[in-house]
Unconditional design. Sequence first.
Length: 363
Amino acid sequence: MPFRPEPEHTHGQPATTAVLLCNLGTPDEATAPAVRRYLAEFLGDGRVVEIPKPLWWLILHGIILRVRPAKSAAKYASIWTPEGSPLKVWTEKQATLLRGFLGERGHQVLVRHAMRYGSPSIAAQLDALKAEGATRILILPLYPQYSGTTTASVMDAVYDWGRKVRHLPELRFVNRYHDDAGYIAALAASVRQHWMAHGQPDKLVMSFHGVPERTLHLGDPYHCECLKTGRLLAEALGLAKDRYVVTFQSRFGKAKWLQPYTEPTLVALAQSGVKRVDVMCPGFTSDCLETLEEINMEARAAFLHAGGESFHYLPCLNDRNEWLRALADLSERHLGGWPTQAKADDAATRDTRARAMALGAQR
Protein backbone atom coordinates (compact mmCIF):
# COMPACT_ATOMS: atom_id res chain seq x y z
CA MET A 1 0.00 0.00 0.00
CA PRO A 2 1.55 3.35 -1.02
CA PHE A 3 2.06 5.85 1.80
CA ARG A 4 1.12 9.51 1.64
CA PRO A 5 4.04 11.91 1.04
CA GLU A 6 5.54 13.11 4.32
CA PRO A 7 7.22 16.43 5.04
CA GLU A 8 10.90 16.04 5.87
CA HIS A 9 11.31 15.22 9.54
CA THR A 10 12.73 18.09 11.62
CA HIS A 11 14.48 17.14 14.84
CA GLY A 12 13.38 19.13 17.87
CA GLN A 13 10.16 20.37 16.27
CA PRO A 14 7.78 21.60 19.02
CA ALA A 15 4.79 19.35 19.65
CA THR A 16 1.56 20.80 18.30
CA THR A 17 -1.85 19.65 19.53
CA ALA A 18 -5.10 19.69 17.57
CA VAL A 19 -8.80 18.95 17.96
CA LEU A 20 -10.80 17.65 15.01
CA LEU A 21 -14.59 18.03 15.32
CA CYS A 22 -16.35 15.44 13.15
CA ASN A 23 -19.95 15.69 11.98
CA LEU A 24 -22.02 13.50 9.68
CA GLY A 25 -21.87 15.52 6.48
CA THR A 26 -23.95 17.31 3.89
CA PRO A 27 -24.19 17.70 0.11
CA ASP A 28 -22.15 20.57 -1.32
CA GLU A 29 -25.25 21.95 -3.03
CA ALA A 30 -29.01 21.49 -2.86
CA THR A 31 -29.03 19.78 -6.28
CA ALA A 32 -29.79 16.24 -7.35
CA PRO A 33 -26.24 15.49 -8.62
CA ALA A 34 -24.67 16.77 -5.36
CA VAL A 35 -27.16 14.82 -3.24
CA ARG A 36 -26.52 11.70 -5.32
CA ARG A 37 -22.77 11.92 -4.65
CA TYR A 38 -23.40 12.45 -0.95
CA LEU A 39 -25.92 9.62 -0.61
CA ALA A 40 -23.67 7.22 -2.53
CA GLU A 41 -20.91 7.78 0.03
CA PHE A 42 -23.22 7.84 3.05
CA LEU A 43 -25.40 4.85 2.19
CA GLY A 44 -22.41 2.97 0.81
CA ASP A 45 -20.89 2.78 4.30
CA GLY A 46 -21.26 -0.73 5.71
CA ARG A 47 -21.61 0.77 9.19
CA VAL A 48 -24.76 2.61 8.09
CA VAL A 49 -26.47 -0.15 6.15
CA GLU A 50 -25.68 -3.69 7.34
CA ILE A 51 -26.85 -5.61 4.28
CA PRO A 52 -24.53 -7.90 2.26
CA LYS A 53 -22.62 -5.57 -0.04
CA PRO A 54 -23.44 -7.18 -3.43
CA LEU A 55 -27.19 -7.12 -2.71
CA TRP A 56 -27.10 -3.61 -1.24
CA TRP A 57 -25.02 -2.28 -4.15
CA LEU A 58 -27.75 -3.38 -6.57
CA ILE A 59 -30.49 -1.79 -4.46
CA LEU A 60 -28.54 1.41 -3.84
CA HIS A 61 -27.38 2.04 -7.40
CA GLY A 62 -30.28 0.39 -9.19
CA ILE A 63 -33.13 2.01 -7.27
CA ILE A 64 -32.32 4.47 -4.46
CA LEU A 65 -29.78 6.67 -6.23
CA ARG A 66 -32.08 6.89 -9.25
CA VAL A 67 -35.12 8.07 -7.27
CA ARG A 68 -34.14 9.65 -3.97
CA PRO A 69 -31.64 12.42 -4.94
CA ALA A 70 -34.21 14.67 -6.63
CA LYS A 71 -36.65 14.37 -3.72
CA SER A 72 -33.93 14.96 -1.15
CA ALA A 73 -32.52 17.90 -3.10
CA ALA A 74 -35.92 19.63 -2.89
CA LYS A 75 -35.91 19.12 0.88
CA TYR A 76 -32.39 20.48 1.19
CA ALA A 77 -33.38 23.51 -0.90
CA SER A 78 -36.15 24.29 1.61
CA ILE A 79 -33.62 24.77 4.44
CA TRP A 80 -30.54 25.99 2.51
CA THR A 81 -29.04 29.31 3.59
CA PRO A 82 -26.99 31.92 1.69
CA GLU A 83 -23.94 30.52 3.51
CA GLY A 84 -24.76 26.96 2.47
CA SER A 85 -26.00 23.92 4.36
CA PRO A 86 -27.01 24.71 7.97
CA LEU A 87 -25.04 21.69 9.20
CA LYS A 88 -21.90 23.00 7.49
CA VAL A 89 -22.44 26.55 8.77
CA TRP A 90 -22.97 25.54 12.40
CA THR A 91 -20.15 23.00 12.45
CA GLU A 92 -17.68 25.55 11.06
CA LYS A 93 -18.77 28.07 13.70
CA GLN A 94 -18.42 25.51 16.47
CA ALA A 95 -14.82 24.78 15.43
CA THR A 96 -13.93 28.48 15.29
CA LEU A 97 -15.61 29.26 18.60
CA LEU A 98 -14.14 26.22 20.34
CA ARG A 99 -10.64 27.38 19.47
CA GLY A 100 -11.53 30.76 20.93
CA PHE A 101 -12.92 29.25 24.13
CA LEU A 102 -9.83 27.05 24.55
CA GLY A 103 -7.57 30.00 23.75
CA GLU A 104 -9.20 32.02 26.50
CA ARG A 105 -8.24 29.21 28.89
CA GLY A 106 -4.62 29.34 27.78
CA HIS A 107 -4.62 26.42 25.32
CA GLN A 108 -2.84 26.93 22.01
CA VAL A 109 -4.39 24.20 19.89
CA LEU A 110 -5.42 23.84 16.29
CA VAL A 111 -9.15 23.22 15.88
CA ARG A 112 -10.64 22.05 12.60
CA HIS A 113 -13.90 20.46 11.51
CA ALA A 114 -14.49 17.54 9.16
CA MET A 115 -17.41 15.62 7.69
CA ARG A 116 -17.65 11.85 7.69
CA TYR A 117 -19.33 12.06 4.29
CA GLY A 118 -18.78 14.94 1.89
CA SER A 119 -16.30 17.74 2.40
CA PRO A 120 -14.08 18.61 4.07
CA SER A 121 -13.32 14.93 4.55
CA ILE A 122 -11.69 13.51 7.65
CA ALA A 123 -8.66 12.37 5.62
CA ALA A 124 -8.20 15.80 4.05
CA GLN A 125 -8.37 17.57 7.40
CA LEU A 126 -5.97 15.12 9.04
CA ASP A 127 -3.55 15.74 6.16
CA ALA A 128 -3.93 19.49 6.69
CA LEU A 129 -3.32 19.20 10.43
CA LYS A 130 -0.17 17.13 9.83
CA ALA A 131 1.04 19.74 7.35
CA GLU A 132 0.56 22.37 10.06
CA GLY A 133 2.73 20.34 12.41
CA ALA A 134 0.11 18.58 14.54
CA THR A 135 1.71 15.67 16.37
CA ARG A 136 -1.21 14.99 18.73
CA ILE A 137 -4.83 15.00 17.54
CA LEU A 138 -8.04 14.59 19.54
CA ILE A 139 -10.90 13.22 17.41
CA LEU A 140 -14.17 14.58 18.80
CA PRO A 141 -17.32 13.34 17.00
CA LEU A 142 -20.29 15.67 17.34
CA TYR A 143 -22.49 12.71 18.29
CA PRO A 144 -23.23 12.76 22.05
CA GLN A 145 -24.63 9.21 21.99
CA TYR A 146 -22.34 6.42 20.76
CA SER A 147 -23.48 4.28 17.84
CA GLY A 148 -21.70 1.92 15.51
CA THR A 149 -23.47 3.74 12.67
CA THR A 150 -21.93 7.10 13.54
CA THR A 151 -19.13 7.24 16.11
CA ALA A 152 -17.52 3.98 15.01
CA SER A 153 -17.72 5.07 11.38
CA VAL A 154 -15.70 8.18 12.22
CA MET A 155 -13.08 5.92 13.77
CA ASP A 156 -13.08 3.79 10.61
CA ALA A 157 -12.29 6.87 8.52
CA VAL A 158 -9.43 7.84 10.84
CA TYR A 159 -8.01 4.31 10.81
CA ASP A 160 -8.28 4.12 7.01
CA TRP A 161 -6.33 7.37 6.77
CA GLY A 162 -3.73 6.09 9.21
CA ARG A 163 -3.03 2.97 7.15
CA LYS A 164 -1.53 5.23 4.46
CA VAL A 165 0.50 7.47 6.77
CA ARG A 166 4.13 6.70 7.58
CA HIS A 167 4.61 9.10 10.50
CA LEU A 168 1.39 8.89 12.51
CA PRO A 169 0.44 11.49 15.10
CA GLU A 170 -0.74 10.42 18.53
CA LEU A 171 -4.51 9.97 18.42
CA ARG A 172 -7.25 10.09 21.02
CA PHE A 173 -10.97 9.58 20.53
CA VAL A 174 -14.03 10.83 22.41
CA ASN A 175 -16.55 7.98 22.27
CA ARG A 176 -19.56 9.51 24.00
CA TYR A 177 -20.82 12.31 26.22
CA HIS A 178 -24.52 11.51 26.42
CA ASP A 179 -24.51 12.01 30.19
CA ASP A 180 -21.94 14.80 30.39
CA ALA A 181 -23.05 17.39 32.95
CA GLY A 182 -22.15 20.34 30.72
CA TYR A 183 -23.99 18.90 27.72
CA ILE A 184 -27.12 18.21 29.79
CA ALA A 185 -26.93 21.69 31.34
CA ALA A 186 -26.67 23.27 27.87
CA LEU A 187 -29.77 21.40 26.71
CA ALA A 188 -31.65 22.40 29.85
CA ALA A 189 -30.65 26.05 29.44
CA SER A 190 -32.01 26.10 25.89
CA VAL A 191 -35.35 24.67 27.07
CA ARG A 192 -35.64 27.07 30.02
CA GLN A 193 -34.92 30.04 27.77
CA HIS A 194 -37.70 28.98 25.41
CA TRP A 195 -40.13 28.41 28.26
CA MET A 196 -39.39 31.81 29.78
CA ALA A 197 -40.48 33.39 26.50
CA HIS A 198 -43.36 31.07 25.54
CA GLY A 199 -44.49 29.19 28.64
CA GLN A 200 -44.46 25.42 29.07
CA PRO A 201 -46.10 22.85 26.73
CA ASP A 202 -48.42 19.99 27.52
CA LYS A 203 -45.65 17.62 26.46
CA LEU A 204 -41.93 17.90 25.69
CA VAL A 205 -40.93 15.56 22.86
CA MET A 206 -37.23 14.63 22.64
CA SER A 207 -36.62 13.23 19.17
CA PHE A 208 -33.41 11.31 18.46
CA HIS A 209 -32.22 9.94 15.14
CA GLY A 210 -33.37 6.36 14.72
CA VAL A 211 -31.40 3.21 13.91
CA PRO A 212 -32.61 -0.31 13.10
CA GLU A 213 -33.83 -2.14 16.20
CA ARG A 214 -31.56 -5.09 15.43
CA THR A 215 -28.52 -2.93 16.30
CA LEU A 216 -29.78 -2.80 19.90
CA HIS A 217 -29.97 -6.60 20.08
CA LEU A 218 -26.51 -6.87 18.54
CA GLY A 219 -24.98 -4.81 21.35
CA ASP A 220 -25.10 -1.19 20.18
CA PRO A 221 -25.54 1.09 23.26
CA TYR A 222 -27.20 3.93 21.33
CA HIS A 223 -30.78 3.27 22.47
CA CYS A 224 -29.81 3.15 26.14
CA GLU A 225 -27.72 6.30 25.88
CA CYS A 226 -30.57 8.23 24.23
CA LEU A 227 -32.92 7.18 27.02
CA LYS A 228 -30.38 8.25 29.63
CA THR A 229 -29.94 11.66 28.00
CA GLY A 230 -33.71 12.10 28.01
CA ARG A 231 -34.00 11.08 31.66
CA LEU A 232 -31.17 13.36 32.80
CA LEU A 233 -32.59 16.31 30.86
CA ALA A 234 -36.06 15.72 32.33
CA GLU A 235 -34.56 15.61 35.82
CA ALA A 236 -32.66 18.85 35.20
CA LEU A 237 -35.93 20.47 34.12
CA GLY A 238 -37.94 18.97 36.99
CA LEU A 239 -40.30 17.17 34.61
CA ALA A 240 -42.46 14.27 35.73
CA LYS A 241 -42.47 11.17 33.51
CA ASP A 242 -45.87 12.04 32.03
CA ARG A 243 -44.61 15.45 30.85
CA TYR A 244 -42.08 14.22 28.29
CA VAL A 245 -41.48 11.43 25.80
CA VAL A 246 -38.37 10.14 23.99
CA THR A 247 -38.94 9.25 20.33
CA PHE A 248 -36.91 8.26 17.25
CA GLN A 249 -37.08 9.79 13.78
CA SER A 250 -35.68 9.36 10.24
CA ARG A 251 -36.71 5.77 9.68
CA PHE A 252 -35.45 4.41 6.35
CA GLY A 253 -36.65 1.24 4.64
CA LYS A 254 -39.11 -1.39 5.84
CA ALA A 255 -37.18 -2.89 8.76
CA LYS A 256 -38.28 -2.26 12.35
CA TRP A 257 -36.40 0.67 13.87
CA LEU A 258 -36.15 1.96 17.42
CA GLN A 259 -39.56 3.03 18.72
CA PRO A 260 -41.65 4.99 19.41
CA TYR A 261 -41.43 6.77 16.05
CA THR A 262 -41.56 10.57 16.26
CA GLU A 263 -44.23 11.53 13.74
CA PRO A 264 -46.77 8.80 14.67
CA THR A 265 -46.26 9.74 18.33
CA LEU A 266 -47.04 13.39 17.58
CA VAL A 267 -50.17 12.40 15.66
CA ALA A 268 -51.31 10.18 18.54
CA LEU A 269 -50.69 12.99 21.04
CA ALA A 270 -52.79 15.40 19.00
CA GLN A 271 -55.59 12.86 18.62
CA SER A 272 -55.58 12.24 22.38
CA GLY A 273 -56.22 15.92 23.10
CA VAL A 274 -52.70 17.30 23.60
CA LYS A 275 -52.88 20.89 22.35
CA ARG A 276 -49.28 22.04 22.55
CA VAL A 277 -45.99 20.19 22.13
CA ASP A 278 -42.43 21.43 22.28
CA VAL A 279 -40.10 19.31 20.16
CA MET A 280 -36.32 19.23 20.44
CA CYS A 281 -33.58 17.00 19.01
CA PRO A 282 -30.95 16.48 21.75
CA GLY A 283 -28.84 14.07 19.70
CA PHE A 284 -28.18 16.65 17.00
CA THR A 285 -25.66 19.30 18.05
CA SER A 286 -26.27 21.34 14.87
CA ASP A 287 -29.50 22.06 13.03
CA CYS A 288 -29.70 20.19 9.75
CA LEU A 289 -32.12 18.60 7.29
CA GLU A 290 -33.41 16.15 9.90
CA THR A 291 -34.30 18.89 12.36
CA LEU A 292 -35.30 21.82 10.17
CA GLU A 293 -37.22 19.97 7.47
CA GLU A 294 -38.22 16.62 8.94
CA ILE A 295 -39.21 17.96 12.36
CA ASN A 296 -39.99 21.66 12.01
CA MET A 297 -41.84 21.22 8.69
CA GLU A 298 -43.09 17.66 8.20
CA ALA A 299 -43.69 16.69 11.83
CA ARG A 300 -45.21 20.10 12.57
CA ALA A 301 -47.69 19.68 9.72
CA ALA A 302 -48.62 16.16 10.87
CA PHE A 303 -49.29 17.29 14.46
CA LEU A 304 -51.41 20.27 13.44
CA HIS A 305 -53.32 18.27 10.82
CA ALA A 306 -54.18 15.67 13.50
CA GLY A 307 -55.79 18.30 15.72
CA GLY A 308 -52.91 19.80 17.65
CA GLU A 309 -53.01 23.56 18.10
CA SER A 310 -49.46 24.68 18.87
CA PHE A 311 -46.14 23.16 17.77
CA HIS A 312 -42.88 24.71 19.02
CA TYR A 313 -39.55 23.55 17.63
CA LEU A 314 -36.55 24.22 19.88
CA PRO A 315 -33.33 24.76 17.88
CA CYS A 316 -30.29 22.57 18.39
CA LEU A 317 -27.39 23.71 20.55
CA ASN A 318 -25.63 25.25 17.50
CA ASP A 319 -23.45 28.10 18.81
CA ARG A 320 -24.96 28.56 22.27
CA ASN A 321 -22.38 29.70 24.84
CA GLU A 322 -23.40 26.95 27.28
CA TRP A 323 -22.72 24.33 24.61
CA LEU A 324 -19.35 25.78 23.59
CA ARG A 325 -18.30 25.87 27.25
CA ALA A 326 -19.32 22.22 27.61
CA LEU A 327 -17.42 21.34 24.44
CA ALA A 328 -14.34 23.16 25.78
CA ASP A 329 -14.64 21.31 29.11
CA LEU A 330 -14.92 18.01 27.28
CA SER A 331 -11.90 18.82 25.10
CA GLU A 332 -9.81 19.87 28.11
CA ARG A 333 -10.49 16.60 29.90
CA HIS A 334 -9.47 14.51 26.91
CA LEU A 335 -6.45 16.68 26.12
CA GLY A 336 -5.10 16.13 29.63
CA GLY A 337 -1.35 15.53 29.68
CA TRP A 338 -0.72 16.85 26.17
CA PRO A 339 1.20 20.14 25.75
CA THR A 340 -1.35 22.84 24.93
CA GLN A 341 -0.26 25.93 26.84
CA ALA A 342 -0.18 29.14 24.81
CA LYS A 343 2.20 32.02 25.26
CA ALA A 344 0.54 35.12 26.64
CA ASP A 345 1.47 37.18 23.57
CA ASP A 346 0.72 34.48 20.98
CA ALA A 347 -0.62 36.15 17.83
CA ALA A 348 -2.69 33.13 16.75
CA THR A 349 -4.52 33.12 20.06
CA ARG A 350 -5.27 36.83 19.78
CA ASP A 351 -6.54 36.31 16.25
CA THR A 352 -8.75 33.40 17.33
CA ARG A 353 -10.15 35.43 20.22
CA ALA A 354 -11.01 38.27 17.84
CA ARG A 355 -12.74 35.89 15.42
CA ALA A 356 -14.70 34.27 18.25
CA MET A 357 -15.82 37.66 19.54
CA ALA A 358 -16.86 38.72 16.02
CA LEU A 359 -18.92 35.56 15.57
CA GLY A 360 -20.49 36.03 18.96
CA ALA A 361 -21.48 39.57 18.06
CA GLN A 362 -23.35 38.25 15.01
CA ARG A 363 -25.58 35.98 17.09
